[in-house]
Design a protein around this ligand. Structure first.
Ligand SMILES: [Zn+2]
Length: 454
């Protein structure tokens, strides 16, 4: 027992003070604590006795939840060549049709992201808009520079060019190095499309070793060449587009081995976060039909059920009286609000037998959100915690009611006035929705039409 007297006196003084402050009924436990403190071994002695082998290892680092929004979907478009003439070739698109397509993307308020933004999202490093578009052009045709570049500049959209080594600066309709550099200076990312543009899945009569060596050459030399000639522009990224979109398991293995961040095919479907990095689909846009373009930018209304739509619509009784919708929402469907931090509210009080456990809410840009539900008022709500980045916000709410097995899904959207927050100080306060009568609006259903070509 070496407890120093000064420590003991300090303890007694503290205890006396705490008794004075808390009253006598607490005195007994406090005195016990004092006794315990006096019996305790000095800390220095304890430290001396610790065997380093007994020190537990530091805890394993906790896996960080990726900050990406895994619910986002990307429509990736693949273009080839352009012409000012009327096109009768699916691989060549009339340049005015191309301009119209970018205008359609713009009118649909679909943000166009760059290859870097896309890959950062795939790699769990950054968020992207919930629905967005990535634009790519293959092969390196001169019209990419002479025709398409002006259109890209007009819209200010980033794009990616997939070039193959044997068709760079070789005259004819290939682009010169300077033309490619000019694209890079205007928003182009430069990626590889092989050395020779041959079908990489075609082994021919090559031995396993010879086939691997050839595939490695196509993969590595093509990227090395781009780095050598355009690396200084900062526009080269190690991503690959398979010639004709054709590949096999060995090609994927080798592409992964040599460090490609991603490789692209021509299977037209929306890219979701879970898609394999070496098998990312693209919609190849044809010169003679919109059959691939239209589905590429149609993100639909998701899974909104037709019965869900009815819940949000006003109905007429047989006597012709208008009955209010069973479910009302705020901000109302189709409304425009001036607050980038709105409170989302759904009045579910008129529904019978609502299964509150089944409730879920998804918001564009946020994915599934931790909603609140008040069983007394029947109000489901979610306060947007950070300013909405997009000018359009979509909400989907799913639930079961009326003893039904299937989930009902309702969905609606509202606009956020551009710049509203910069001019109105009120608008920065969360939760101040404008109150407008709820509207209802038909939503298109998803039309996902996988198409393959080349
Ligand atoms: Zn190609």
């Amino acid at each position: 027992m070496k407890t120093g007297l000064p420590t003991a006196f300090a303890l007694i003084a503290m205890i006396a003070l705490s008794i004075a402050l808390t009253g006598c009924e607490k005195a007994a436990p406090v005195l016990d604590a004092l006794k315990e403190a006096l019996d305790r071994e000095p800390v220095e002695d304890k430290i001396a006795k610790i065997d380093p082998a007994d020190i537990p290892p530091p805890p394993e680092p906790v896996a960080m939840e990726p900050i990406v929004n895994k619910d986002a979907r990307v429509g990736i478009l693949g273009y080839h060549d352009f012409t000012e003439e009327v096109s009768n070739n699916d691989m060549i698109l009339n340049i005015e049709d191309f301009r119209r397509q970018l205008q359609t993307i713009k009118d649909a308020d679909l943000p166009v992201i760059s290859m870097r933004e896309f890959l950062d999202w795939k790699q769990g490093k950054a968020k992207i808009p919930e629905k967005c578009v990535l634009l790519t052009i293959d092969d390196g045709w001169k019209a990419t520079h002479t025709l398409a570049l002006d259109v890209f500049k007009e819209f200010g959209y980033p794009f990616t060019i997939f070039l193959y080594k044997n068709y760079i600066g070789v005259g004819g309709r290939s682009m010169t190095h300077d033309e490619i550099r000019e694209l890079a200076a205007n928003g182009a990312t430069i990626c590889s499309h092989s050395v020779s543009h041959q079908n990489m899945s075609n082994r021919g009569d090559k031995s396993t070793e010879a086939y691997d060596a050839w595939i490695l050459e196509e993969l590595e030399e093509s990227h090395r060449f781009l780095e050598e000639h355009f690396g200084d522009t900062g526009a080269v990224i190690k991503a690959f587009a398979y010639p004709y979109g054709i590949y096999n398991d060995r090609v994927i293995e080798l592409a992964t081995e040599v460090g490609y961040e991603a490789a692209f095919t021509v299977n037209g479907k929306k890219t979701i976060w879970e898609v394999e990095d070496m098998e990312i689909g693209r919609y190849v846009v044809h010169g003679t039909t919109l059959a691939n373009f239209e589905p590429s930018i149609n993100f639909g209304g998701g899974t909104v059920t037709s019965s869900g739509r009815k819940l949000m619509s006003a109905t007429k009784t047989e006597e012709g009286e208008v009955e209010a919708p069973l479910v009302t929402v705020r901000p109302p469907d189709g409304s425009t609000i001036g607050n980038r931090l709105p409170l989302i509210e759904v009045d579910l009080s008129k529904l019978t037998d609502l299964d509150t456990e089944s409730l879920s809410m998804r918001i564009s840009g946020f994915g599934k959100v931790p909603h609140e539900f008040d069983p007394l008022t029947g109000l489901l709500s979610y306060q947007i915690p950070q300013r909405l980045r997009l000018d359009q916000c979509g909400v989907q709410v799913s639930f079961r009611h009326d003893g039904q097995e299937e989930h009902e899904t309702i969905g609606w959207g509202f606009q956020v006035e551009r710049l509203a927050d910069y001019f109105s100080s009120d608008a920065t306060e969360p939760g101040s929705n404008e109150t407008i009568e709820p509207l209802s609006q038909e939503k298109e259903s998803e039309a996902e039409t996988p198409t393959a070509s080349l």
